[in-house]
Design a protein. Structure first.
Length: 490
């Protein structure tokens, strides 16, 4: 069983408390940590938004959210009631003047608490909220501010947001959250590499042929059409989530597990990414946009029908990326993400090189090289594909066999959601799994080059049927290098 270590008592103020993120992710995460005894009874979750709600009305809103997003088997009336007793509410205009004296009065009731401020709002409010927190004396040594993505839409806007927040909070108190970094498998990637010499010594261009990172979604834009059409797959997913996964896969060993040691190594990877220019943009990237099709056997509309107007925003991106370093010279990283794909899937595939010589006859097996598959979702785990003898008489025949570890099945316990882990790290002040300012800006500096190259060579996204793995050009992108996307329907 995992050891549950309680955190310090805290008052967590959630701005944007009536929004979808709070209902879908933050309240369930805090509920589970309370249920498991990690949140002290003296802590409070204080909702803050412009809505003029009574405390009873907000608690009822929180109750409805928990009943919707937490399985009924995990919700008992006793624990739910005790949790809601710790939920409070203040009507506050983050960008204006109203409600702040009420918030000050509430927080002054417990001046020694750790104070995480979670900004579950539009990024254009981050600066205003932080300035108001400072103006009303609500920023101190025990304060932390949590910023949700997207942090800007390009390097210039990211710097503006970072400047505005940085005027109020020192970097050590700013937690830029990327929930992918809170997944159990992502953290196990560090353990796999740096606690097992067998893998770390194989983690080089001499042994690894290529790496694939795929983040696939079955959903369309749903209620986010307005945001998504100004963002697209590149800004929404690849610039942050996927680049962070690439960094953890490719980084050198940090000196230790302190936040800045880990983030220093991730930053080196981002700065070593080979720029993608107008000259090579069409040969190493593919943009796509889904049209009508079927997902899970159900017909769905195309992106333009969901949006209601014409658009060249991409809902799919595939690209070939190179890291200019001694460890990764000649090893391509193939990145892929999209909406309305056949299944919800996030995985990292490390494809090892084939043996240059085999003692086995060709007819014994297909000379399949080893492959390590790291699953982030669904069913977090790791799978190493090795060659073994096919059981039975009739000669020696080989076939690939999986050494499969599913974390929940292996350790016989529920694994905390990424937000659960990250929220507790915020309270502890542990920033290891959060992005530092220079990381965010280095990622945008590289991504801006890709976006500029697309703008310089304007081309409509290639259509792909909903329920497929993207445009055929994405298949050609990897197959002209003699490789194939790892696609294993579950």
């Amino acid at each position: 069983m995992a050891t549950i270590i309680p955190v310090a008592s805290f008052d967590c103020v959630v701005f944007g408390a009536t929004g979808d993120l709070t209902a879908r992710k933050l309240l369930p995460a805090l509920f589970y940590r309370f249920r498991d005894g990690q949140i002290p009874e003296t802590s409070r979750i204080i909702g803050a938004s412009r809505s003029e709600l009574s405390l009873d009305a907000f608690r009822e809103h929180a109750r409805d959210a928990l009943k919707r997003f937490v399985p009924a088997a995990d919700l008992t009336d006793d624990v739910l009631g005790r949790f809601l007793d710790h939920v409070d509410y203040v009507a506050v205009d983050g960008a204006g003047d109203s409600g702040w004296t009420d918030l000050v009065a509430k927080l002054d009731e417990r001046p020694d608490q750790v104070r995480p401020y979670y900004l579950a709002t539009s990024p254009d409010l981050y600066g205003s909220i932080c300035r108001n927190l400072a103006a009303h004396g609500l920023v101190g040594e025990k304060s932390r501010v949590v910023l949700e993505k997207p942090i800007g839409k390009d390097l210039k806007s990211a710097r503006a947001i970072n400047d505005a927040v940085g005027e109020v909070f020192p970097e050590s108190q700013i937690f830029r959250i990327d929930h992918y970094l809170g997944k159990e498998t992502v953290q196990n990637l560090l353990s796999l590499r740096f606690a097992n010499t067998i893998f770390e010594r194989l983690w080089t261009s001499d042994v690894i042929d290529h790496v694939q990172i795929t983040v696939a979604e079955t959903v369309g834009v749903e209620g986010r059409a307005g945001y998504y059409d100004t963002s697209g797959a590149m800004r929404d997913m690849l610039q942050n989530h996927i680049l962070q996964l690439l960094c953890l896969t490719a980084m050198e060993s940090p000196l230790n597990l302190e936040a800045n040691s880990v983030r220093d190594e991730k930053l080196k990877v981002l700065r070593a990414l080979k720029p993608i220019t107008t000259h090579d943009i069409q040969s190493v990237t593919v943009r796509g946009q889904y049209v009508a099709g079927a997902v899970d056997g159900k017909p769905v509309e195309g992106y333009l029908a969901e949006l209601g107007h014409e658009s060249r925003t991409e809902t799919f991106v595939a690209m070939k990326v190179e890291i200019q370093s001694g460890r990764w010279a000649g090893v391509p990283f193939y990145l892929r993400t999209g909406k309305r794909l056949p299944q919800k899937l996030s995985e990292i595939v490390v494809q090892f090189r084939a043996s240059p010589f085999s003692i086995f006859p060709e007819e014994a097996f297909g000379r399949e090289p080893n492959r390590l598959v790291i699953r982030l979702q669904p069913q977090e785990g790791m799978k190493l594909e090795v060659m073994t003898k096919d059981p039975g008489p009739g000669g020696l025949r080989l076939r690939p066999t999986d050494l499969d570890i599913s974390f929940e099945e292996t350790f016989k316990q529920r694994y905390p959601d990424a937000y659960e882990r990250l929220l507790m790290d915020v309270v502890r002040g542990n920033a290891t799994l959060f992005m530092r300012r220079d990381e965010v800006e280095a990622a945008w500096a590289w991504a801006d080059g890709v976006l500029k190259a697309w703008a310089d060579r304007p081309e409509a996204p290639r259509p792909y049927p909903a329920g497929s793995w993207g445009p055929t050009a994405a298949i050609a992108l990897i197959e002209r290098d003699g490789r194939t996307w790892h696609e294993e329907l579950r």
